[in-house]
Design a protein around this ligand. Structure first.
Ligand code: SF4
Ligand code: SF4
Length: 266
């Protein structure tokens, strides 16, 4: 990391195609954000105030997917201006919910939705940042939570490699003593194939995980799919669940394609 003139590392938070929810995770840090701003110079973070999108920084956080020609060009400049590039959230890591359009003819979607599609400058696909430039660290989640972001910032500031999450959501359920909603209530929970990071937030409130933190390592989505069929889901419902947030990347999205191919349209 290059020492900045002020002696503090410089940070930017950039927005691409997204809902702003991951930037809100930063703002939700509250007092921790104030403490963070004493340790770093936040030079670009439009949602919080500072605007200098072309500034050279030590760490650039990127929210959102690449879904327009402008974004294809802009991410190259963000990469060139950043020492370390960290993607935050589902859109930036895998293309997000908007990547569902990749499964069909993107130009046809535009014609179906907009009366004058010629005025819409949009790519036919939505893709994660790593498909366009080198990414140094990915933080998954829809949205990420503030604890994850803060832990990553601290690790990067002290020059320690951030610890990757490897456990599945089920492990957090067991550690925190949550009653399993799949076993006890027959809810179609994706915890067995989803990486944790959220602390099993949904099962803690008695509802099923829908996989927003992305596919876990060594996931067995086909085995879970058969279990979900056993609960009464149709094959296309299983495909929809697997493809919901992370259709564009990882074993669960790929399983969604298989279940769709064998069971009809997702
Ligand atoms: S509720 Fe879901 S995440 Fe929790 S143990 Fe059961 S299957 Fe796993
Ligand atoms: S339990 Fe699943 S859907 Fe809920 S926040 Fe965690 S990863 Fe996302």
């Amino acid at each position: 990391m290059t020492p900045p003139a002020s002696g503090k590392p410089r940070i930017a938070v950039h927005k691409f195609s997204s809902c702003d929810g991951c930037q809100l995770a930063f703002l939700d840090l509250g007092e921790d954000l104030v403490r963070l701003s004493q340790m770093v110079d936040i030079v670009h973070f439009a949602e919080a105030g500072p605007v200098d999108p072309e500034a050279a920084v030590d760490i650039a956080f990127v929210e959102g997917s690449i879904a327009t020609p402008d974004e294809e060009a802009r991410i190259q400049r963000v990469r060139a201006n950043a020492g370390t590039l960290v993607t935050i959230g589902a859109c930036a890591t895998s293309g997000g919910i908007q990547a569902l359009r990749n499964l069909h003819d993107g130009t046809q979607w535009l014609a179906d939705v907009y009366p004058s599609p010629a005025y819409v400058e949009s790519l036919a696909t939505s893709t994660g940042i790593a498909e366009h430039v080198k990414v140094d660290l990915e933080l998954w989640g829809c949205p990420v939570n503030g604890r994850q972001v803060l832990a990553a910032v601290r690790a990067l500031l002290w020059g320690v490699p951030p610890l990757p999450q490897r456990d599945k959501v089920c492990m957090d359920c067991k550690r925190d003593g949550h009653v399993c909603v799949l076993v006890s209530q027959g809810q179609p929970c994706l915890g067995p194939v989803t990486v944790t990071g959220c602390g099993a937030l949904c099962p803690a409130f008695g509802r099923d995980c829908y996989g927003c933190y992305g596919p876990a390592e060594n996931a067995h989505p086909d085995a879970l799919g058969r279990r979900l069929e056993g609960l009464g889901l149709l094959r296309e419902d299983v495909a929809r669940r697997f493809r919901f947030i992370h259709s564009n990347r990882g074993a669960v999205g790929e399983a969604g394609q298989r279940w769709s191919d064998e069971g009809g349209e997702p």
